[in-house]
Write a protein that binds this ligand. Structure first.
Ligand code: MN
Length: 350
């Protein structure tokens, strides 16, 4: 729920502006792009004669390039007197990527409307609408539009659906509340292109990504301490033609092995070993595990990076048969992570 006072203040802040600059965070995800575009498009439809500019310091990822209005997103920015600024999904000034080049945006020179759902947001705007209970910034933009009695068209509804969908992992994460379903229902009623969003985000994977995930899946081992563990080397990235970023998402499959205490995907990149940790259990704190390697994150999802490389180890053992006649058997520990212990506190690689 947005406070009535904020609803009014936010509206008067933007209606007084000569131009409105909408800005989302760097390395934009679906919620950043979705909230940026939907807010900008809604402003244009409902505030006639006020130019609206769309800004993100980084390029819009391929996945989101089908969204309406995406061609208008620019990285360069030139604030002018009379401008109002709307920050979307930006948990702190640094994450916009503009804090060094344009400090004036963050020190009160311009009226700023801040819309976000990150609990850590310090509220660096003039009007701060921060709702940690919201699944996504797009859900808040949707609520704000409703409070202002602004109707949604197919384009803005599609952009909003993108943010709600990606931030809830396709309505699967624990932030998928009844309110989320209600929002999605309204968005679809407004004409949101549901199948386009689903197919582009959840049903489109590059061949190189699939090959890389194949490496991850075939190398899953189950550790003595109940961890599903896999690893990819520099060689795996090279031979699959995948970029480092294409690894994200693979951990969800590793984490799906039943009965595990945690899952771990290690990857080797430019002399650094990165680790992603996940757990489905309440009694496991992967943040604590990651912090032993100077990483961190959340209880259920965390990561770390250690300078070094990955080494696989295979043990061959001669196992005498029952009648003691000499024969060669093999006990293979094909785990590439023989030296990894994340249970007893010894850390990775000892
Ligand atoms: Mn978000």
């Amino acid at each position: 729920m947005i406070r009535a006072h904020d609803v009014q203040q936010a509206l008067s802040l933007i209606t007084k502006a000569r131009r409105v600059l909408c800005i989302c965070h760097r390395a934009p995800d679906g919620d950043a792009i979705g909230s940026l575009l939907s807010m900008g498009l809604l402003l244009e439809q409902h505030l006639v004669n006020v130019p609206v500019l769309f800004h993100c310091i980084d390029a819009v990822p391929e996945t989101f390039r089908f969204l309406p209005g995406v061609w208008r997103v620019r990285s360069d920015l030139l604030p002018q007197p009379g401008d109002a600024v709307i920050f979307l999904d930006c948990a702190e000034p640094k994450l916009t990527g503009y804090s060094e080049k344009h400090p004036s945006l963050f020190r009160g020179d311009f009226p700023v409307l801040l819309i976000d759902h990150h609990v850590s947001n310090p509220g660096f705007g003039t009007v701060n609408i921060i709702i940690p209970a919201a699944s996504s910034t797009c859900e808040i933009v949707f609520q704000l539009a409703r409070e202002w009695s602004w109707s949604l068209d197919t384009d803005s509804a599609t952009c909003l659906l993108m943010g709600v969908y990606t931030d809830t992992g396709g309505l699967l994460h624990s932030n998928t509340t009844a309110e989320v379903y209600r929002t999605v229902s309204e968005l679809m009623r407004s004409g949101a292109r549901h199948q386009l969003v689903v197919s582009s985000v959840f049903r489109t994977v590059k061949p190189s990504t699939l090959r890389l995930w194949g490496r991850v899946l075939e190398k899953i081992t189950i550790s003595d301490v109940g961890g599903a563990i896999s690893a990819v080397t520099e060689g795996d990235f090279r031979s699959t033609g995948a970029e480092y970023s294409e690894l994200s998402g693979a951990i969800d499959y590793v984490n799906a092995v039943p009965g595990m205490r945690f899952s771990l995907v290690l990857s080797e990149r430019d002399g650094v070993v990165k680790g992603s940790l996940r757990t489905l259990r309440d009694d496991i704190d992967v943040n604590a595990m990651a912090s032993r390697l100077r990483g961190g994150g959340h209880r259920r999802a965390a990561g770390f990076a250690v300078p070094g490389r990955l080494q696989s180890s295979v043990h061959w053992t001669v196992v005498p048969s029952d009648d003691s006649s000499p024969s060669v058997g093999c006990g293979s520990d094909s785990s590439p992570l023989g030296a990894v212990s994340l249970d007893g506190g010894s850390g990775i690689g000892g």
